[in-house]
Design a binder for this molecule. Structure first.
Ligand code: ZN
Length: 119
């Protein structure tokens, strides 16, 4: 008498829908595969990829904020030498977010989200 073992594929239950804490857009959390990744590591909750890039550039402590002038125009993020440097930061830190995954239009669009709007 043979017994049939049914194999159930593992459901991707680790992927839970979440919302970005900064812009509120729906984004999917995923567990980090590289505990030492920096500056960007996947997480089950947190910021979307566009916001995390904004925050890195704007953060004065630990980010790149100290290097940007107060009146920095986020369109400058598209400049090839800025992108080159940023790509280096990602590769040195073995970031889980790669240049290919960054939507610079979204980064620029979300750049001023946490600044007070002046009317
Ligand atoms: Zn966001």
């Amino acid at each position: 008498m043979s017994q049939r073992v049914s194999m159930k594929p593992n459901a991707p239950s680790e992927l839970k829908p979440a919302h970005c804490k900064r812009c509120g857009c729906p984004c999917q959390g995923s567990p980090s595969q590289k505990p030492n990744a920096r500056p960007f590591k996947k997480a089950l909750r947190g910021l979307c990829s566009a916001c995390v890039v904004c925050v890195l550039f704007q953060d004065v402590d630990g980010g790149l904020g100290f290097a940007l002038p107060d009146d920095f125009d986020p369109e400058g993020l598209r400049l090839p030498h800025i992108q080159e440097q940023f790509a280096r930061v990602l590769s040195v830190g073995e970031s889980e977010l790669t240049m290919e995954q960054i939507n610079w239009d979204a980064v620029i669009g979300k750049w001023r989200l946490n600044e007070p709007t002046i009317h």
